[in-house]
Design a protein around this ligand. Structure first.
Ligand code: MLC
Ligand code: AMP
Length: 453
């Protein structure tokens, strides 16, 4: 998977920069080999990496791949509930990583490893319950990275710039492993701020729509990207005004691509293409898609098959089976339409309103409701995602509670789960309206004028 580390593209002193610290491939490989040796010596079965934006995280993940030990990246701000769940559910253990400790000895090859064995386990939320571990094999990851390299003409000539979190597909699989497979220089900016993107001087830029929207509001930063080769957006829908503002300031028409933790990136625009805003392109090589539409309708659930799909939810065969149709297609839960002539895909929405995308993070309403219900003052909770110009959707929590403030409940969720899962707004209500089955009627809550922050 890590072609660049074999030396085929040569080495450079500035091969990988993360949050202001720089390493050559040789230095990264040395640190990763030391991690691999430590993993072998300690017998860690699954490696939990606290995924700060740092060279240590890159060395830890590469070390796990070298050692053949599945790696679970942990959000660095995960509170005790989220961290505890991930560690218990995966059986993963942490291990200290020091980038200054290096080994020049290749690790002994792990016994009987195949490309279909688990490489990464990424935790992601469903509509209800705690996050599930999505098991990704090396074969799926390399298939995806090679398909993206072809689609974006991504090569060792590129300098990739982004500042995305290193515990999800976008920042870790594309943003780190992609650079180490293609041999492109990597500049991770620590945080994805407009100023940092503008200053990085890259050829290829990755961002979630919130990042592009913040850049669009800083015309100087957007103009500074005019020398780039390709700007790519994904993880949530890119608003058309953001697309147009970035084009106006930088001359670039952002290429949008679509994916999921479970499927990796499956549909994308191409370098040199000219797609209108609101479209995510065509399936990548090897991917087949279909629309499950009722009675001749043109829009419906997007379903797909291909070599980039996950191996299953860790320890949850029923949930894995439920993610597929009877005839073996993966159910994305996204509603899409496909152009009849050109096969260009448009993502229209999600089948379930209980799956929220905020700042490109996938957040299950049920997980936030359970966290709120753990607070002794909260009697009922219903969580929704409402449209937000900056975040795409923002989390709004409706609660029945006394003797606690909205800010206290926000901090409670931020501390127990992680900061990005906190409600941005808490509204106190008399009761959560429910139907005859006891299911919350969330639409009614949004219509209610009396709920206040
Ligand atoms: C605020 N903060 C708090 C707090 N309120 N801290 C503790 N408790 C509270 N109550 C602090 C935070 O610690 C942070 O500090 C600061 O406020 C801002 O945090 P934030 O509000 O969460 O950041 P925000 O600006 O809203 O983040 C926007 C963003 C982020 C775009 C940078 O949403 C982001 O990185 N999104 C990327 C998500 C992503 O990669 N998704 C890909 C999924 S994979 P400080 O000091 O840290 O600033 C996928 C597949 C695919 O979807 O297709 O790609
Ligand atoms: P995650 O598992 O965090 O990767 O989230 C996957 C979800 O992100 C998908 O099911 C979509 O709902 C959403 N998504 C990803 N890319 C796009 C895109 N380009 N346009 C619209 N939604 C997207």
């Amino acid at each position: 998977m890590l072609t660049a580390l074999t030396g085929v593209h040569g080495d450079r002193a500035d091969a990988v920069t993360v949050a202001g610290r720089t390493a050559s491939y040789e230095e990264l490989l040395g640190a990763a080999r030391q991690v691999a040796a430590d993993l072998a010596a300690s017998g860690v079965p699954v490696f939990a990496v606290t995924a700060t934006a740092s060279l240590e995280t890159v060395a830890a993940v590469v070390g796990a791949l070298l050692a053949g030990v599945p790696c679970v990246p942990l959000p660095p701000d995960a509170g005790p509930a989220e961290r505890g769940h991930i560690l218990r559910d995966s059986g993963a253990r942490t291990l200290e990583v020091d980038f200054a400790r290096r080994s020049d000895r290749a690790p002994a090859p792990a016994a009987a490893r195949t490309p279909d064995d688990p490489a990464l386990i990424l935790y992601t939320s469903g509509t209800t319950g705690a996050p599930k571990g999505v098991v990704l094999s090396s074969a799926a990851i390399t298939a995806d990275l090679d398909a993206l390299a072809e689609a974006w003409q991504w090569s060792a000539e590129d300098t990739l710039v982004h500042g995305l979190p290193l515990f999800h597909v976008h920042g870790l699989v594309l943003g780190v492993l992609g650079a180490l497979r293609t041999g492109s220089r990597l500049v991770h900016t620590g945080r994805p701020t407009p100023e940092a993107y503008a200053a990085a001087g890259g050829s290829l830029y990755f961002g979630v729509p919130t990042v592009w929207s913040r850049i669009a509001r800083e015309p100087h930063a957007a103009a500074a990207l005019s020398g780039a080769r390709l700007l790519v957006s994904g993880s949530a829908a890119l608003p058309a005004p953001v697309f147009r503002d970035i084009e106006g300031a930088s001359g670039h028409r952002i290429v949008e691509r679509y994916g999921m933790t479970e499927t990796l990136i499956t549909v994308s625009g191409r370098a040199g293409g000219d797609l209108p805003p609101g479209t995510v392109g065509t399936p990548l090589p090897g991917i087949t898609t279909r629309i499950a539409a009722e009675d001749g309708a043109e829009i419906g659930e997007l379903q797909l098959t291909g070599p980039t799909l996950f191996s299953g939810y860790l320890g949850r065969p029923e949930a894995t089976a439920a993610a597929y149709t009877e005839d073996g297609w993966f159910r994305t839960g996204d509603i899409a339409a496909v152009g009849e002539q050109d096969g260009v895909h448009r993502i229209v929405g999600r089948a379930s309103t209980d799956m929220i995308k905020s700042g490109g993070y996938r957040i299950g309403a049920g997980e936030i409701e359970n966290a709120l219900l753990d607070h002794p003052r909260v009697r009922e909770a219903a969580v929704v995602g409402v449209p937000d110009a900056d975040l795409g959707q923002r989390i709004v929590a409706f609660v029945v509670a006394e003797g606690v403030t909205g800010a206290e409940l926000t901090d409670f969720v931020a501390a127990h789960l992680s900061v990005h899962k906190r409600p941005r707004e808490v509204r106190f209500v008399e009761a959560v309206p429910r139907n005859a089955m006891g299911k919350p009627q969330k639409r009614l809550l949004l219509e209610e004028p009396s709920g206040k922050a």
